[in-house]
Design a protein around this ligand. Structure first.
Ligand code: GLU
Length: 449
């Protein structure tokens, strides 16, 4: 039996996440959901200057709002001893070597190589230093950075999104894994953790494709099992610009504050740039069934905010009472009539909070608009008795039509104005039983406005 998949979303907590980050998180989480796997939230917070605990907290909050609940949360800042130990091992096996070039020196060499028409690859000069030269540099108090010695040859993998992929390691510089000050760049801690947590599938943005060959070599050097990789296309904004955590544009927090539905954000975040049409979904489970990494397109996926608002409204129009009940209760929509109320008004809201605007119509005071006194008097006179339900409106207006000869807007609109005080709104067939006979009678008999 193949073990259940383990995936991870590994943001660095240096800002609030945006819809593009949510795409990565969701593609991982939905994959776990569909396959019965586990989802790890790993904070890549080794950069102590830029990482902030409050950003990590806000990322958890934003993910929870989307419905993404991690099975495990880990922080790299608490795992430094493991990275140290692994670096030590790689050092003793000769895969990690010290190099002393300054950035200026490296830059000079790159320019020289380019001028000669050669690829700007690190020339491994540090590996050719004699013991005496090395001792000299150390005696000067110079601290080295540490590079991973790549094996020559081509690394191949079958990408879950992009299919057969390969990178020729001869075209890469030996990557720096550790800086002069002892801090690690992202690569080594990431691989150490992927091994330690048994990650089986690394699903991330295609900006990481070029890291994959190095990471596969590192997995192998550490004797770890190489996971499957899937690199999804990146979201851009409507004008084709990449998204940035720094600007806060399209942050999940800003969408939440704007009253956009989380399921609409999730659906758009993963369906845009895929073979599936963007559509409203009723649950993340339904969305999980629509997402197939093999169906993502290779081009950039353009994210249109206007599309999001429309999708959010459509998500609400089809939302069951059960799905909305918790949030409706917070708006004061609760109790026995709440479900009928929601079903009556949901088609007329663009944000869930708009539902509360209709509460006064069914249970409070409104200012009826009286257009034609005599007509409303007739209407009031034949208002049906007994228990009201969704058929009452039809029975009533049919009788009114027969009696007055009115039809269409002339028949209905004065009733809407009187009963709701508004020009437009939900179906009156659904609203009328919620308004109830006493209130309807009072509104039809209101003094002329
Ligand atoms: N911290 C990295 C990032 O946010 C993680 C990349 C990965 O998933 O391997 O880009």
């Amino acid at each position: 039996m193949t073990p259940a998949p383990i995936v991870r979303f590994a943001p660095s907590p240096t800002g609030r996440i945006h819809i593009g980050n949510a795409r990565t998180a969701l593609l991982n989480w939905l994959y776990a959901r569909r396959t019965g796997g586990r989802f790890i939230l790993r904070f890549d917070d080794t950069d102590v200057e830029r990482s902030k605990a409050e950003y990590a907290a806000s990322i958890e909050e934003d993910l929870a709002w989307l419905g993404v609940e991690p099975d495990l949360v880990r922080r790299q800042s608490q795992r430094m001893v493991f990275y140290d130990a692994v670096a030590g091992k790689l050092k003793s096996s000769g895969r990690l070597y010290p190099a002393w070039e300054t950035p200026e020196e490296l830059d000079r060499r790159r320019k020289r190589q380019q001028a000669l028409g050669r690829p700007p690859i690190y020339d491994r000069a540090a590996l050719r230093l004699t013991a005496a030269e090395r001792a000299g540099l150390e005696a000067e108090g110079r601290k080295p950075h540490w590079r991973f010695r790549l094996d020559p040859g081509t690394v191949r993998w079958t990408d879950m999104v992009r299919g057969e992929s390969h990178i020729d390691c001869g075209s890469l510089s030996d990557p720096v894994l550790r800086r002069e000050d002892g801090t690690f760049l992202y690569t080594l801690p990431s691989v150490v953790d992927d091994i330690e947590f048994g990650v089986t599938h690394v699903i991330r943005g295609e900006d990481h494709v070029t890291n994959t060959a190095v990471q596969i070599q590192l997995f192998e050097a550490l004797g770890g099992k190489v996971p499957a990789f899937g690199h999804h296309n990146l979201l851009t904004d409507a004008s084709g610009e990449g998204l940035s955590k720094r600007t806060g544009a399209l942050s999940i927090a800003s969408l939440r504050e704007r009253g956009v539905e989380p399921l609409a954000v999730a659906a758009l975040a993963v369906l845009v740039g895929s073979a599936e049409a963007v559509r409203p979904v009723a649950s993340l489970d339904q969305l999980a069934g629509l997402v197939d990494l093999g169906n993502l397109s290779r081009g950039a996926a353009r994210f249109d905010e206007a599309e999001l608002d429309a999708l959010s409204a459509r998500t609400l129009h089809a939302m069951s009472y059960a799905a909305a009940a918790g949030r409706l209760a917070a708006l004061g929509v609760a109790g026995p009539g709440a479900e009928a109320f929601w079903l009556a008004v949901r088609g007329n809201v663009s944000r869930l909070a708009d539902a509360a605007d209709w509460l006064p119509v069914v249970e409070g005071d409104i200012a009826p608009v009286v257009e034609d006194r005599a007509y409303l008097d007739r209407a009031a006179a034949i208002l049906p008795g007994g228990d009201w339900d969704e058929t009452t409106w039809g029975v009533w207006t049919k009788a009114l039509k027969a009696e007055t000869g009115r039809k269409g807007r002339d028949l209905y609109h004065p009733l809407r104005l009187a009963l709701t005080g508004r020009e437009s709104g939900p179906e009156l067939a659904a609203l009328l039983p919620l308004i109830g006979r006493a209130r309807a009678m009072a509104r039809l008999s209101a003094p002329s406005s």
